[in-house]
Design a protein around this ligand. Sequence first.
Ligand SMILES: *[C@@H]1O[C@H](CO)[C@@H](O)[C@H](O)[C@H]1NC(C)=O
Ligand SMILES: *[C@@H]1O[C@H](CO)[C@@H](O)[C@H](O)[C@H]1NC(C)=O
Ligand SMILES: *[C@@H]1O[C@H](CO)[C@@H](O)[C@H](O)[C@H]1NC(C)=O
Ligand SMILES: *[C@@H]1O[C@H](CO)[C@@H](O)[C@H](O)[C@H]1NC(C)=O
Length: 360
Amino acid sequence: MDRQQQFLLYIFSCFSFLLLFSENTRVYGSSHHHHHHHHRHRHLFDFRPSKLFVFGDSYADTGNNRNSLASSWKVPYGITFPGKPAGRFSDGRVLTDFLAKSIGIKSPIPYRWRKVVGIEHWKNGMNFAYGGTGVLSTLVPEPNMTTQIDFFQDIIHEKFYSGSDLHSSVALVSVAGNDYSNYIATNGTAQGWQPFITKVVNQLVMNMKRIHGMGVKKVVVTALQPLGCLPRSTFTSSFQQCNGTENELVSFHNLLLQQAVIKLNNDTKKGSTFAILDLYDAFMAVFKNKGEKPGSSKFVNPLKPCCAGISTAYSCGSVDANGAKKYAVCDDPGAAFFWDTVHPTQEGWRAVYSALLQEL
Ligand SMILES: *[C@@H]1O[C@H](CO)[C@@H](O)[C@H](O)[C@H]1NC(C)=O
Ligand SMILES: *[C@@H]1O[C@H](CO)[C@@H](O)[C@H](O)[C@H]1NC(C)=O
Ligand SMILES: *[C@@H]1O[C@H](CO)[C@@H](O)[C@H](O)[C@H]1NC(C)=O
Ligand SMILES: *[C@@H]1O[C@H](CO)[C@@H](O)[C@H](O)[C@H]1NC(C)=O
């Protein structure tokens, strides 16, 4: 066992007792969700939200990151939807789109486009998420989550959204791990993981409180997906095995988040103001149930990406100086769970979303 593994074991012996108390924390909406078990249609919320406000990273961004280096604006991103690259880090729709659809509203416009599209398009809410960003600042120049919430605050000060608009709205907060990629990229140490993860979760919790404090009725945050199962980690095993060390770090983040959400809900008295969308369990359920559950049987090897660079020097969308493609795309993106080395395909997100609803 190396030092990092010893350290992780230590963390887990300390924290696993908390799991005993965590049965009831995957709150997806209603504090009375047992009533809904007999209903045919499952919803994430105990009210009908009229607007969706979105914060976070590439799992939720629908066009804010316009950086010329961002893959979301390169071919073949967007080939399934809308048919060309348009700012989503996928072949098609992403988490934001599926959540909006299930609420019954159009996907909220990216903040970046707010002036271009005219104010009537603001009615579904607004998406402040930028691919590549974290709770803390990362190596990309795009705004971190704090700055994204500052943008939201400015918009509220413009008084387009009334208090009752906000009170019938939901916030989606996506945290897909850029803080941790950044920690590794800037040579973070094994001993530093625990305080760093704690710092990220503490800041995240402050952000969630701040969004709620601005009047948003319900704040939903994603639990980290199994980072060790992303193709960027599994390529060393030909996409056969998840990296357990990375997934243990993820579990620590998720455990802290779960405890924080219990405490937030207890402190706000209402019981279900804050909720977790458990992407960890949803991703794992899709990986495990391939071939068993309708809808996920098509992912023959769910860990293998559809679009990848021809070598590790290249990535999906890379071209050389002459514009020649340096990547390959699978025949059917609809049969792949992962689009590139980090992001699910549209069908991948559809399966994840359906797993989230089934966990209710
Ligand atoms: C977010 O970015 C702003 C602007 O770069 C910076 O001042 C602030 O410290 C960052 N916040 C966090 C929590 O890292
Ligand atoms: C991290 O370490 C590598 C190799 O030792 C070095 O090249 C790089 O500059 C370091 N990066 C930072 C941000 O310290
Ligand atoms: C798993 O991830 C850790 C942390 O990123 C890394 O040090 C280790 O080499 C990885 N293990 C395998 C088998 O790839
Ligand atoms: C819940 O809140 C009450 C006060 O409102 C407090 O006494 C109690 O310790 C809290 N419980 C937890 C688990 O935080």
